[in-house]
Design a protein around this ligand. Sequence first.
Ligand code: FSO
Ligand code: SF4
Length: 547
Amino acid sequence: MFCYQCEQSSQRTGCTAVGVCGKNPETAALQDLLLHALKGVSVFAHRAAKAGVRSEALERFALDALFTTVTNVNFDPVRLQGMLAEAGRHLEEARRLYAGVRTAADPASFNGATCFIPAATLDDLIRQGEETGLEGRQEAIGADLLGLQELLTYGLKGMAAYAWHVRDAGGDTGETSLFIFEALAAIAPGETTTVDQLLGLCMRCGEANFRVLESLDGVHTKRFGHPVPTQVRLDPVAGPCILVSGHNLEDLMALLEQTKGTGINVYTHGEMLPAHGYPELHKHPHLVGHYGGAWQDQARDFDRFPGAILMTTNCIQLPKQSYFQRLFTCGLVAWPGVRHIDGRDFSAVIKTAQRAPGFPSDVEGKTLTLGFGHNAVLGVAGQIVDAVKSGAIRHFFLVGGCDGAKTGRNYYTEFTEQIPSDCVILTLGCGKFRFNRNDFGTIGGIPRLLDCGQCNDAYSAIKIAAALAEAFGCGINELPLSLNISWYEQKAVAVLLTLLHLGVRNIRLGPTLPAFATPAIVAALQEKFNLLPITTAEADLIDCLKA
Ligand code: FSO
Ligand code: SF4
């Protein structure tokens, strides 16, 4: 296997024997094959769409297949086998659609990924997958072109994950899938794309992802109301309990409905924390608080949690035996042997919670305040602008993105701790767990730490920055604003491409630069956007504040 799609990649070059995330070579080969098959589907689906013929089933499949291959989503070879069988059927359908409208090449004259036929057994599928990995492609096109193709692919994966949530919440994602078909068709085996074409597609991916993030904000605020500043309890309440991790607010909503009146208390974990800010979720009195830290703390947190646990999206890790039987997955998340919930019938989760010991007593303790989405922050925009004009607020920092297990990520704790007291920190994503329990105080009643939500809520941070720029009559790059982004997996890649598409410069990206970004790719991004690696908290702060 060879995989370098996330920040955790081994030796900062790529995972070969086994993934640092726990992905084994068999699963890696099946994921590579799924992506290969989707490229084949895309070649025909893109051409058919250009001729005005579309298929909702193919468009859905594009999102499912890409999100499935995001880091820490699906570790289950059997589920991947099922998706590969589906891929074979979708490829037939895409070929048929294209054949019906073609004005150019006969579908039989295509080769490469368009000829994919899923093997009959799991072992043979794995062998097929091994032939589609990155090593062979690197030999064929070189590290720079491969790195750019992968930058695009990971941006598409991240965007597909966000779009999957849009669709799940009732939004329309057809246009997103059409762009995915176009982009994947351009990098299907046998196609030739230049550096400039690939960079162009990456920027268009950022643009498409901006629209996805905007839609996601729209569907979530329509369904659950605009987030409002909310205090969240961080300590347990006596009684049976369910812990909900991941990003899917729809799953949490369904679970809250199904646990009404059962006496079960529901807690958020990891990226689910911002759910408390949404009025339609917060109104449930049995959504009692948040338990634990970010995704990489799950083994410790789940082990100690005395109830059932539901993982709605990434980032799942190898479950410990101590909670294996209390753990459930839903949506696209899968781990071999872990019970999977289809169709949002959470009765098995509820039964497990009822049989588990639950928390013996209330623990009084800390709370934290969140819910600073764009609506809440822009509601006090006048106050913020006045505070900047009077000098009470000197500078804004956006410190957010993903967390991870590496010690180098302490940088973000140190960085925020050293930010002077006349500066405001915007945050989002799971990276905030490095510092969100610290008391940053307020400036003239405005909290110094404004939690905009999940990484899924990057739209809020962008909207706030754009509104500030408008208020000051300048561009985002001229604002007293520094972006210090931590990345881990491919959703962060999609958000980065969106920021670059918007022309945002001087972004600090850490804790390490992507392994797929060759020196030539890094040089290109530095030249165009002055993308910066992190150094030390002290030096980076001085640099941010000197402007
Ligand atoms: Fe984190 Fe995981 Fe939100 Fe990612 S929980 S790392 S970018 O999946 O999604 O920030
Ligand atoms: Fe390694 Fe990350 Fe790929 Fe997992 S997803 S195999 S940790 S590079």
